[in-house]
Design a protein around this ligand. Structure first.
Ligand code: G16
Length: 543
């Protein structure tokens, strides 16, 4: 196969965000755009030469084209073997697992996660390292630097690989193995959870509704929930992956997974409701008539996980991202577990997981996972809950009530202000930062500010430092307001305001979330002035 070196010019916008490079499809379709970014990875991560590289994506529009390009460039850059999911499909957690079990030097995950897909939608690429975790900020910054001075890329010409035919193929000297996307992942899940017990639970008439949102988890849900665990076929909704996700927004939250939410609050609601996102790493959990917030789900799993086969030895420790509510901290305190607070971004959990400091971690952005992979894992979270329900014989409501009684309840919501002009969003941040020094000790409503600062993180394993990771206004244990700029959007800037209120008194555990947070939202208006500075009357999305 002839290898060509193609002359190119740098693009100035190839800086990775919270989780890889995410742009509009049209941006990725520009001549040389994807090639430049890929070559920057190959130039920086020279350990890929002579090694195995895993590839797969969430199946969105442009996935197959991008994978053909990546295979042609991998061959031209000396990669020894590519393992690729059949049809170009691999969920993000399954990619992480595949990198780990194949001893690959890295993986390319083609996804823009929960962002809408299709010709006018978003596309993205994430580079994962050996061990299955996302590239660190240091590494993505090096790739960005390389992309700013790139002048050529290497590619094999006239490559077309049959992505639909499972088995081995050759491309010049490079081996290509096309694998089923579910097999290895399903095998892993069976080592972690008690499939017999869950099967019995279904046989007793208990039920599940899982919404795959026409994204990547359809085949995983079909195999695991229906074929292996015996759930009725109707348990899996929107199971066929589509290139445009059926025109939907595959973000598993109360807004975008509304049909599932409506079902869970109806008279014929099943025992457990779950949904996942575009690339299968996010999860939403509901019980009959109850939404379990991601922070609560994380805390409740922390309290129950050691009942499940893969976690019988107990948890080494736990971690949450800074904006995630502090429900997890209460469980950790009660159980004598180390609890870490990291910046937003799954990559910040990697060192804690690799060094054995933590077993379980999660984020408010509907992400939960354990040390079985180095990504968050939507299907894993639903399985964990199925196993907890089957093991305890309790309902979600009973588990939640008992949890809140023991540990107290964290009311929590996130308000998103999308597609703001970047300068305006920055002005909100800068105005608040300027006011921080005078906030401590001030009283607002029933709460007094105990701390007001910008969050920074020093990784306890490698000492790396991440600064300016969001603004926090803390009212002791009682409440928090957090403000940060999203790092995953593709249009303008998104401001995220996080509200958290903690209650322990029995008569205060049954409020509606909106009501419980209303006084805090009023304080946020006064303190942060988003409405006043942006002109927006209300957030675009509340989750
Ligand atoms: C990514 C990251 C998560 C992060 C989320 C939201 O998730 O992996 O760690 O919490 O984005 O980030 P932001 O608030 O900066 O938009 P995903 O599911 O989009 O890959």
């Amino acid at each position: 196969m002839p290898v060509r070196e193609i002359a190119t010019k740098p693009f100035s916008d190839q800086k990775s965000g919270t989780a890889g490079l995410r742009k509009k499809v049209a941006v990725f379709q520009q001549p040389h755009y994807l090639e430049n970014f890929l070559q920057s990875i190959f130039d920086v991560e020279t350990s890929l030469r002579g090694k195995t590289l895993v590839m797969g994506g969430d199946g969105r529009y442009h996935n197959r084209t991008a994978i053909q390009t990546a295979i042609a460039m991998a061959a031209a850059n000396g990669v020894a073997k590519v393992i690729v999911g059949q049809g170009g499909i691999l969920s993000t957690p399954a990619s992480s697992h595949m990198i780990r079990i194949s001893g690959a030097a890295g993986g390319l995950v083609f996804t823009a996660s929960h962002n809408p897909a299709g010709e006018d939608g978003d596309f993205g690429l994430k580079f994962n390292i050996a061990g299955g975790g996302q590239a660190s900020e240091t590494l993505t910054n090096r790739i960005y630097e390389a992309s700013k001075s790139i002048s050529r890329y290497r590619i094999e010409e006239n490559v077309w690989v049959d992505l639909d035919r499972r088995g081995s193929q050759k491309l010049g000297d490079m081996d290509i193995e096309v694998v089923d996307c579910v097999d290895d992942y399903a095998a892993l899940m069976q080592t972690l959870f008690d499939f017999d017990r869950i099967r019995d639970w279904f046989k007793k008439g208990h039920s599940l509704a899982f919404d795959a949102m026409h994204a990547v988890t359809g085949p995983y849900a079909q195999r695991i929930f229906v074929d292996l665990l015996g759930a009725p076929q109707k348990s899996v909704m929107n199971a066929s992956p589509l290139e445009d996700f059926g025109g939907g927004h595959p973000d598993p939250n109360l807004i975008y997974a509304k049909p599932l939410v409506d079902l869970m609050y109806s008279d014929h609601a099943p025992d457990l409701g779950g949904a996942s996102d575009g690339d299968g790493d996010r999860n939403m959990i509901l019980g009959r008539g109850i939404f379990i917030s991601p922070g609560d789900s994380l805390a409740m799993l922390a309290a129950h996980l050691d009942k499940l086969p893969g976690y019988k030895k107990g948890l080494a420790g736990v971690a949450r991202s800074m904006p995630t509510c502090r429900a997890l901290d209460m469980v950790a305190k009660g159980r004598g577990l180390a609890c870490y607070e990291t910046p937003t971004g799954w990559k910040f959990f990697a060192n804690l997981l690799d060094s054995g400091r933590i077993t379980l971690c999660g984020e408010e952005s509907f992400g939960t996972s354990s040390n079985h992979v180095r990504e968050k894992d939507g299907v894993w979270a639903v399985l964990a809950w199925l196993n907890v329900l089957a093991e305890t014989g309790l309902s979600m409501q009973q588990i939640a009530d008992a949890h809140w009684k023991q540990y107290g309840r964290h009311y929590y919501a996130r308000h998103d202000y999308d597609e703001l002009p970047t300068a305006v969003a920055n002005q909100v941040m800068e105005t608040l930062i300027a006011s921080l020094p005078r906030l401590a000790g001030q009283k607002f409503g029933e709460w007094t500010v105990s701390q007001a600062d910008e969050f920074g993180y020093e990784d306890p394993v490698d000492g790396s430092v991440a600064k300016s990771q969001g603004i926090r206004i803390v009212f002791g244990e009682a409440a928090r307001l957090i403000l940060r700029l999203s790092g995953t959007g593709t249009k303008g800037a998104t401001l995220r305001l996080y509200l958290e209120r903690y209650e322990t008194a029995a008569e205060k555990l049954g409020y509606k979330t909106g009501e419980a947070l209303a006084p805090l939202a009023a304080i946020a208006d006064q303190l942060i002035r988003i409405g006043e500075i942006t002109g927006r009357k209300a957030p675009d999305v509340v989750t």
